[in-house]
Ligand binder design. Structure first.
Ligand code: SF4
Ligand code: SF4
Length: 106
């Protein structure tokens, strides 16, 4: 098992591989934690507000069907970006981190 200190420096692609071993319950708990954090970032971002969107955690769940315009993104400030080594932004428009990694977006 990898220790916390080594985990923190891994690339997103390496972290997601480790998380592939998680159980359904662990994944669900992790998604709830992401949403809890996300409401203070996505929930307060100019691209989100006023769109009628109520979903969160676009980095995990992918695009929003309601957010269409890039008016600013707070993902870089969100602790989930650091925790998971996310290097993109505008997940609500561009798609999930996994989709962006597969598309080999830098
Ligand atoms: S992904 Fe970025 S732009 Fe989209 S709602 Fe979240 S913080 Fe805003
Ligand atoms: S990185 Fe962005 S989409 Fe993901 S939880 Fe944080 S604010 Fe939400």
């Amino acid at each position: 098992m990898i220790d916390d200190e080594s985990f923190k420096d891994l690339l997103y692609e390496e972290k997601i591989k480790i998380m592939n071993g998680m159980t359904e319950i662990q994944l669900q708990e992790s998604l709830e934690q992401i949403k809890f954090m996300c409401k203070d970032y996505c929930g307060k971002c100019p691209s989100y507000q006023g769109t009628g969107e109520t979903n969160l955690a676009f980095c995990s769940l992918g695009k929003s069907s309601l957010i269409k315009e890039k008016k600013g993104c707070l993902c870089k400030q969100c602790p989930i970006s650091k925790m998971m080594s996310l290097r993109w932004e505008y997940y609500c428009i561009e798609g999930s981190a996994l989709e962006l990694a597969i598309a080999k977006k830098k």
